[in-house]
Design a protein around this ligand. Structure first.
Ligand SMILES: [Zn+2]
Length: 106
């Protein structure tokens, strides 16, 4: 898992103008605030999330949680199911910055 994250870290989204890698936190902040544009802090170019990036967010964050809470939960207890559903949501959101794509604002 750690190796995977390290490897993906090398291919975190880059600024399309100056090739600076965005930091994980910058991307995370962006989609937490409903896909706020990311501004490169080296050259100031604004980047917006792509349509496929938005779908990626939904698939990584919402879908696993819904599937688990609706179909896969082995627990009778609603609160246990809810807690695990929320954990999945958090894990999904933590991984999302590695997979979303941003594009320079035109
Ligand atoms: Zn830049």
């Amino acid at each position: 898992m750690v190796v995977l994250i390290k490897k993906r870290g090398d291919i975190l989204q880059k600024c399309s103008k100056c090739n600076r890698h965005f930091r994980w936190a910058e991307i995370y902040n962006s989609f937490v605030w409903s896909y706020k544009p990311i501004e490169c802090n080296k050259c100031g170019t604004e980047h917006r999330i792509t349509i496929s990036g938005r779908f990626t967010c939904v698939f990584l964050i919402i879908v696993p949680m819904l599937i688990f809470t609706n179909f896969l939960s082995p627990f009778e207890n609603f609160f246990v199911t809810l807690a695990i559903g929320l954990s999945l949501l958090i894990i999904g959101s933590l991984l999302t910055p590695f997979f979303v794509t941003y594009r320079e604002k035109l």
